[in-house]
Design a binder for this molecule. Structure first.
Ligand code: ADP
Length: 496
């Protein structure tokens, strides 16, 4: 059986009390007994002395004669007298061991039967020695009597031990009653007192169990100003430390997992990228190689030479563009891009880009329109130029004859927003996200025709992300596309 802490402590206290009370009562009883014995011995000695004195006095004040004769004659009267005076029943014996007088009966009793303990004691007393024995609650004490010429006989005194025994019994009873009461009270008080300690210990154990289940505690489960209170504070402190340690570890683990996921995704992307790159690079190279071979074979064909010159030039331009964008894209993904962000006036910047691109637009028979409102972007100038040139280039490439390209700027919802719209061929709804994947083109033929690489939009998205912004593709209601570039506003930031 498992005993609770409070019961155990209480029982221990009770056992301790019981032991103390038992020892105390034993000592007290022993003390009382010693005291009673000393008093008894004193009284018996005194009575003996008195008997001796009185007998000698009676002998000398009488007619004298044979002391034994005198004793037998006056024994009874002397015995009665001594009993009346001293209060202890007594018997006088002559040297023959015969009762000379007694306060007990008529005074002429017979001597104790030979061989009995009484007769043995009498033998001692008649041999001038003191002897005593206890029988039936009475102490029988025998001492020699001195006569005028040597020993006269013996005196036997009877001392009742009942009074002393009763007294001791009473004391024992008192001890039992008071001890029992004190024990019960101590048990009750101890139980109450230890209950408080035990419940504090139980609460501390509960707190430890909670911490083991990772259910952490913020404050101490006990409020006491002793070691248990300090232990509670210590447990609460450890719980808080554990919680924050585990929290930090968990955050660390999550961050690590995120980094691992990101790295794995990057690796996958790069593998895919390298696969696509080798494929995409081969196409223009194959075409260039074929033309070089043809020119080698038909050196004198001016038409072929012109065709080869045009095609090789176009493919070389495309290859150059592809190499440049691929390198830029992979370095953006791989290295921390150092953005030299500055305050840029979107209106000014778009006017500048429009000026540069107008010639190309007009060459394709397109109108370049501006719808500019104030917006100050926080961005790297070169990056923004790259993004805009790519988007405008696409708006021109994938347009219709007589179409338009519209550039817009505004500040909206905490962003500097730059739009590049066109009324061109558009992108099907389901491909709006795919066009941001490297080397993805909606129409391969059209892309090839226009020298497209499928790397422009991924580059724009990557650059926008590095600047803390985003780019989205949306279809215009009236046909064509709207690419929306969102960049952080320069509000409150220094223009340096
Ligand atoms: P590309 O060099 O082929 O233009 P991009 O990454 O810039 O590569 O664009 C990916 C594809 O998205 C293009 O091949 C084209 O099919 C489509 N696209 C991009 N911009 C437009 C646009 N303004 N209108 C219609 N289609 C577009």
């Amino acid at each position: 059986m498992r005993l609770g802490l409070r019961l155990r402590l209480t029982l221990f206290l009770a056992a301790l009390l019981l032991l103390a009370a038992g020892l105390l009562s034993l000592l007290v009883e022993r003390g009382i007994q010693d005291n009673q014995q000393a008093r008894m011995e004193q009284e018996l000695a005194q009575q003996t002395r008195m008997a001796n004195l009185r007998i000698r006095q009676a002998y000398y004040s009488g007619s004298g004669g044979d002391p034994q004769e005198f004793l037998r004659r006056s024994g009874r009267q002397l015995a009665q007298e001594l009993y009346a005076y001293g209060g202890l029943p007594l018997t006088l014996y002559d040297m023959g061991g015969t009762v000379a007088g007694s306060s007990l009966q008529d005074g002429t009793g017979a001597a104790p039967p030979a061989g009995s303990p009484a007769s043995e004691l009498l033998g001692y007393a008649l041999d001038n020695k003191v002897a005593f024995t206890e029988s039936d609650g009475t102490l029988i004490y025998l001492a020699p009597l001195e006569g005028p010429d040597g020993q006269l006989g013996a005196v036997q005194l009877q001392y009742s031990l009942r009074g002393s025994e009763q007294f001791r019994q009473e004391i024992r009873r008192l001890f039992l009653v008071i001890g029992g009461g004190v024990l019960a009270a101590a048990f009750a008080l101890g139980y109450l007192y230890f209950s408080r300690i035990a419940s504090a210990v139980v609460r501390l154990k509960g707190a430890a169990d909670r911490i083991r289940r990772q259910d952490f505690i913020a404050a101490s489960p006990v409020r006491r100003r002793d070691e248990l209170g300090e232990l509670g504070e210590g447990i609460a402190f450890m719980s808080r430390e554990l919680e924050s340690g585990i929290g930090a570890m968990e955050r660390e683990r999550r961050n690590l997992q995120l980094a691992v996921d990101k790295l794995q995704a990057l690796e996958r992307q790069q593998k895919q990228f390298i696969g696509s790159i080798s494929h995409e690079f081969k196409t223009p190279l194959t075409s260039i190689k074929a033309y070089v071979e043809l020119v080698g074979m038909y050196k004198d064909d001016p038409e072929l030479l012109g065709e080869a010159h045009r095609s090789i030039g176009k493919e070389t331009d495309r290859l150059y563009d592809m190499v440049e964008k691929a390198l830029q894209l992979s370095s953006l993904e791989r290295y921390e891009f150092e953005s030299r962000a500055e305050r840029l006036d979107a209106r000014e910047l778009l006017e500048d880009v429009a000026g540069r691109m107008r010639g190309k637009a007009e060459k394709f028979g397109l109108r370049l329109e501006l719808e500019l409102r104030d917006a100050q972007a926080w961005c790297d100038r070169e990056s923004l130029m790259h993004m805009l040139v790519n988007l405008i280039d696409n708006a021109i490439k994938y347009n219709r004859p007589g179409g338009f390209v519209r550039l817009g700027s505004r500040a909206e919802d905490g962003w500097a927003v730059l739009d590049v719209e066109d009324g061109g061929i558009g992108i099907p709804e389901e491909l709006l996200e795919r066009v941001f994947e490297p080397f993805y083109t909606v129409s391969r033929d059209r892309s090839r025709e226009t020298g497209g690489t499928g790397l422009g939009l991924p580059l724009v998205r990557e650059l926008a992300a590095k600047e803390g912004g985003s780019v989205e593709a949306g279809r215009r209601a009236g046909g064509g596309m709207r690419f929306t570039l969102r960049l952080p506003l320069a509000d409150g930031r220094s223009g340096e």
